[in-house]
Design a protein. Structure first.
Length: 264
C-alpha cells in the first residue's frame, strides 16, 4: 500500500507493473474502491504500468467533509500523477471516474495521452436525482441504496448465477463512508462537462455494458458523439461495472485501443 497527501487528504494508491511501460491509470466508480479493477488488471500484460487509487471518501483514502467537486477530485488525481512523475497517461475512468478523467484531460492536458470512458458520460443525472440520493444516504445510510445499486451495477445473468459475488460487491458499497458517498454525489450533481468534452482532442474510447441501469448505452454514446474521433463500444451481458462481469473482454478492448493508437 502507498499513500500521498493531496489537498489535506491522504490518498491510497497502488503502482504496479513495468515502470517503463505505458502508464494506465484507473479511476473507479461511486461506491467502490480500487479493488473493482482487480480482475481486469490481472488480464493485462506485464509491460504496462498500472496505477490505481481510491478517491477521497472511498476505500482507504481519507474522507474530508463534503461536498466535493469533480474539479477537486481531478486535482487529487493530478497530485497523484505529479507525485509519481507520470505524464501522458492513458486514464481509464469508470462512472464518476470517467468525469474525473475528462476534467483532468481538460485542465491538465499534459498528464493525459488518451481516455477510456467506461460506463460514464459528460453529464450524469440531474440535481433532483442527486439531491434525493444525498438525502437518502444521510438519513438511512448506504445500506438503503445497496440493493438498487446491485440491480444497476450487474446484469440479470450475473445476479442470478453469481449471488455470492454480488454479495461481496454489496458489502463494498455498504462499507464506504456515507460522507464520502454523499460528497461525490454532490460533485456529480454539479458536473456538466459537455462543453469541455467538445474541446477534447485526444484518442477516446467510450464503452458501456448493454444492461447498464446507471448510465445506459444511449447516454454514453451521446458523450462519445461530442468528442471528435471517439470510438463507442458495447459490452454484452454487462451492467454498470463491466470490468467485474467481463474483465477479459474489457482488457481486450483496452489493448485494442492501445494498439490502434500506437500508445505503447
Amino acid at each position: 500500500m502507498h499513500a500521498l497527501r493531496a489537498d489535506g487528504a491522504v490518498i491510497h494508491y497502488r503502482d504496479e507493473g513495468d515502470r517503463g511501460g505505458l502508464p494506465v491509470v484507473f479511476a473507479n466508480s461511486l461506491g467502490s474502491d480500487l479493488r473493482v479493477w482487480d480482475a481486469m488488471v490481472r488480464a493485462l500484460p506485464a509491460r504496462l504500468r498500472l496505477i490505481r487509487y481510491d478517491k477521497r471518501g472511498h476505500g482507504l483514502s481519507d474522507c474530508p467533509p463534503g461536498p466535493y467537486s469533480i474539479e477537486a477530485l481531478a486535482d487529487d488525481l493530478a497530485a497523484l500523477l505529479d507525485h509519481l512523475e507520470v505524464r501522458r497517461a492513458l486514464v481509464v475512468g469508470l462512472s464518476i471516474g470517467g468525469l474525473i478523467a475528462q476534467s483532468l484531460a481538460a485542465r491538465r492536458p499534459e498528464l493525459v495521452r488518451a481516455l477510456v470512458l467506461m460506463d460514464s458520460a459528460a453529464k450524469v443525472g440531474d440535481a433532483v436525482m442527486w439531491n434525493q440520493r444525498i438525502e437518502q444516504v444521510r438519513a438511512r445510510g448506504l445500506e438503503s441504496l445497496a440493493d438498487g445499486l446491485m440491480q444497476r451495477w450487474f446484469s440479470a445473468a450475473f445476479r442470478a448465477n453469481r449471488p455470492e459475488e454480488v454479495a461481496i460487491w454489496r458489502n463494498m458499497v455498504c462499507r464506504q463512508t456515507a460522507e464520502g458517498y454523499a460528497g461525490c454525489c454532490a460533485a456529480l450533481r454539479e458536473a456538466d462537462l459537455r462543453e469541455a468534452a467538445r474541446r477534447l482532442s485526444l484518442p477516446v474510447l467510450a464503452m458501456v455494458g448493454d444492461e447498464d441501469g446507471a448510465t445506459p448505452p444511449a447516454v454514453v454514446e451521446a458523450t462519445a458523439e461530442l468528442i471528435a474521433g471517439a470510438r463507442f463500444e458495447i459490452v454484452r451481458e454487462a451492467g454498470h461495472i463491466p470490468c467485474v462481469e467481463h474483465p477479459r473482454t474489457c482488457a481486450a478492448m483496452l489493448l485494442s485501443f492501445i494498439s490502434e493508437h500506437n500508445l505503447d
